[in-house]
Design a protein around this ligand. Sequence first.
Ligand SMILES: Nc1ncnc2c1ncn2[C@@H]1O[C@H](COP(=O)(O)OP(=O)(O)OP(=O)(O)O)[C@@H](O)[C@H]1O
Length: 954
Amino acid sequence: METSEFAIGQRWVSHSDTALGLGIVTDISGRRVTLGFPAADEERTYAIDNAPLSRIVFQLGEEIETFDGSKYTVRAVEEIGGILMYHADDGEQTVQVSEVKLAGSVNFSAPHQRLFAGQFDRNGAFRLRVSTLEHQDRLRASAAQGLIGARTQHLPHQLYIAHEVARRHAPRVLLADEVGLGKTIEAGLILHYQLHTGRARRALIVVPDSLVHQWLVEMLRRFNLRFSIVDQSRYDDIKAQQDDVDALVNHIFGDDDDGENPFESDQLVLCSLDFLVKSKKARDHALAAGWDLMVVDEAHHLAWAPEQASPEYEVVEELSAASKGLLLLTATPEQVGIASHFARLRLLDPARFHDLETFRAEEQQYEAINSVVRRLQATPDRISEDDKAALQNWLGDELAELLKQESAHQAIVDALLDRHGTGRVLFRNTRAAIKGFPERQPLPEPLPCPELYEQARFGDAGLAPEQTAGEEQWLAEDPRVAWLEKKLASLRPAKVVVICARADTAMALESYLQLRAGIRSAAFHEHLSLVERDRAAAYFADTEQGAQALICSEIGSEGRNFQFAHHLVLFDLPANADLLEQRIGRLDRIGQTQAIQIHIPYLQGTSQEVQYRWFHEGLNAFAESCAVGVAVHEHVSSDWQKALEGDQAALEPLLAASAEETKRLKTLLHNGRDALIELNSCRRDEAEALITEIEKEEGSAQVRDYMVQAFDILGVDIEDHSEHADVLKPGEQYQSGHVAELPEDGLTVTWEREQALQREDMAFMSWEHPMVTGVMDSVTSSGLGKAALANLSVKALPPGTLLLEAVFAVHCPAPESLQLTRYLPVSPLRLVVDVNGRDLSKALPHDRLNELCSNIRRRTAQAIVPKIRAEVETMVDHAERLSDPHLIPLKEQALAQVEAGFEPEIRRLEALQKVNPAIRDEEVDFLRDQLAAAREAVGHASLALEGIRVIVTS
Ligand SMILES: Nc1ncnc2c1ncn2[C@@H]1O[C@H](COP(=O)(O)OP(=O)(O)OP(=O)(O)O)[C@@H](O)[C@H]1O
């Protein structure tokens, strides 16, 4: 009996998460279905179209258990109004059990019961099941888990961060690598890991308008993560789909709040921050949907001051409370000031960052902390008395506790970085630490100031004086225009990115260059729709027919990837040094192969010249990435303002003071904050070990061998394409239910990452490709290979001897929030027994049996099974008895890991509570309760029989 229509009361299981147990349909509304999972005390809502659910129908002869613990054997099944009624007996009386009454933690479809019910498979399916469990177990224990499938180069700083952050439960961190070092990739790796390991299911990415499409594409092509965009047009579509009567009612009553919540229809959603700020409805919907992980790119837009938060900050603050994990991304965390930086850290970790003034005061101590940390690391076996006193001062009573720990020095360093640095929350890699970036060459072009700008030489207006003149006029008289035209002609065919502060300037320049100067160019600014912007960027990227120049407004200076170009023209200069870094970062990013030529046309005797000299001589911000620009500006702001206003006398002192302050701050940061953050952001040796592990996993041919084995059983044909590549096609016996993502006309795949990086048209098949994980999940959650019957012909055993090869795996239903799979591996246990209970596991290894066993014809097998039922039951009992002792060490190990996972967290919160009165006792109690619940759940773990092969000798 098979049905796929949902009805309230039906029982289904989640094949993506069997630990939930047997679910019951509690609500069906619109395109969503909600199930309660009593064993795990969880409720889940799925989109009906792609719910990972399988209907559970117990077969005749199988045992069922009701929620009050009574057990019955199924004798007949009938369907009444979509609900199954089991006619069952307990040996004495016959009862009718509605499926509604079945227990939630029932372990359905026991392999031997499947066998007796005639549901057995050939040998190959059993073999596939065993190897699936073994691979799952190995992969889950591997440090490479979650990081294998990405179509990216293995860069140590990225993998280190991803590994460090992604393993956390509900991570909340600021990814603040310098511009262009790959924060998007880091966020993608973390997302991929969290989704792959089930630590997160629902994720929301919030980015500026101009980056929506780029994120969509990066997530899909690099990580196989398919996000859905929610924007105004999505709402328009929903509205259009509403039936006419609804629309009429809404129109009359002015109520358009009903209708679908598009944030709930998908698990992975991408949305622009601008849209969330503008649309209250979208905001409310996003809030109501709830998230496991939220990513916010270009987080420097989230400005905050003690008196007033920006609307962007408010939106993210609200949403961050509705999301368990939070990743904020920005290359320039202090772009809008230290207060905003603090406020963002507070969103991430309110327990640690509770007071702005305390935060400021702490920053003064970084240098002293750094020197103690360095000494601790240099001499791991002793601490000087002076350092002990300093540590006592910083860590108080906690020090004594930390000193008792096994690796006391590391624990103290970690506690210091966390409690007195930005340790757990902030990651920042710098070009200086990573090395290998190309040179940046500033090429100033002083030009005479035309009369046209006589009234707009200085102040802010002087930075973009064209806004004070008519368009025709400035295009004709501003010498930067003629210079640009000539420069582009002389550089042809080299690609050039031109950035100016304002959209009007970009538009006027672009149409001038295109129409009057005959230069192939494209404009990129905020007045274009998202599609038009992507089209412009693609036209510019095209190497054969594309534009030579892309004329961008300031939005082109964020997040975009233009590293294929080597020339940047700064048509004007921004006021803020971080913005300058963002602009240069479009070209100065991973993948840039040549020196970057930065052309800087400026008008002499205007604020442009002042700004050029300030950036160049004061901050050295053209030639090198400058992280201290905003802080230096705060220090010299009144002189800077004066110089910008045209006060000649202020300029030289400004340049001298800025250069000195830049040097001072860089040294300070180098020895203080940056050093502390660097300690945290990439531990080289760990990163290298991780890469070795990932490459070992990728380098082995195991994934292909496994999939070849699976394809053989699931009816997928493999044709040779070229070295490392194949073409997969549905064959005659194709079982589409087990193989997701295989198009009818086939799929070209590569098994090698290097090839995948070159050939984006090929799917990159790794252990973490959705087709591979889909097959693995489908094998373990379905009945495939659970029971098999085989023939063995060996002289050593008399004909007619029966053997049982059984495979067990750890089973532990528990609330998902506990994430117990972290501690309890699958741990497949294979045993071979005979009818007398002899343990033959070692004498008859799995591979040897695979070689020796052959299939029995189905008819013959069906005739044999009823005759050997009693013996099989006896052998299953023997195997279960032999399996029992294996569970004890597994549980002990899991318990130790549970403690090791929770206790540092509890200690940390207790330590922070002493300095932060805002931490409530309930927060600490919550963790203690979680620990108790995890202990209890581990206590109930069992070894469940996952598959059997009954072997008959001949
Ligand atoms: N591991 C990698 N493998 C291949 N390409 C990479 C890798 N890391 C980064 N890149 C490429 O380098 C460029 C910069 O990466 P990304 O956009 O993630 O940087 P970012 O730090 O977010 O930049 P920004 O500060 O400008 O937002 C992108 O083109 C990206 O595709």
